[in-house]
Write a new protein. Sequence first.
Length: 222
Amino acid sequence: MNYKINELFETIQGEGSFTGQPSIFIRLQGCPVGCSWCDTKHTWDIELKDQVTPDVMFNKTAETVQWSNFTAEDILALVKDKQFRAKHIVITGGEPCMVDLTPLCETFEQQGYSTQIETSGTFEVVTTEKCWVTVSPKINMRGGYEVLASAMLRANEIKHPVATEQHVDDLKALLAKHHIENTPIYLQPISQKQRATELAIETCIANNWRLSVQVHKYIGIE
């Protein structure tokens, strides 16, 4: 199976339960959800004209629409060739759950890596049992996709971007709809805006939820 990869890099996870964890990010190309505040819009479209060789993809110095095809074994070989030291894999996008992620996660887990998926919850989550699934539910986005019950129930954590009270109300309604009670809930202020941050803090305290502040953006790393 081939995976369309836009970026592959080593950094520190800046969000959710694994904040501070050295991680290898695998960013897949393709996402039809259409979030207005998305900070990776260059990963939305899959165009054959944008396909490049693995070397060109890996050595990009800026965010572009270029992507390259890899098998799971290709990705593992590249990670080892680049001598990445992190042992935690984060599969993100785009929307990674548009494809079966089981072969990719199995390949790394068999080599002693932990795996994590970051998804909007609008596609079935097909992965290994060990994989940590972060659902960042995208509600009423312009793509028209609904957040799936199966994705919410598979989530090991739920990380929700917020800027307004409506975002909080939407999340509470979604949690009630799918009877989510014990899954850790993180609120993440959109674009680090002061009012969004204040709202997230107030709401986390009121509901005994957790705050995720995108540490990587504050300290200036990818």
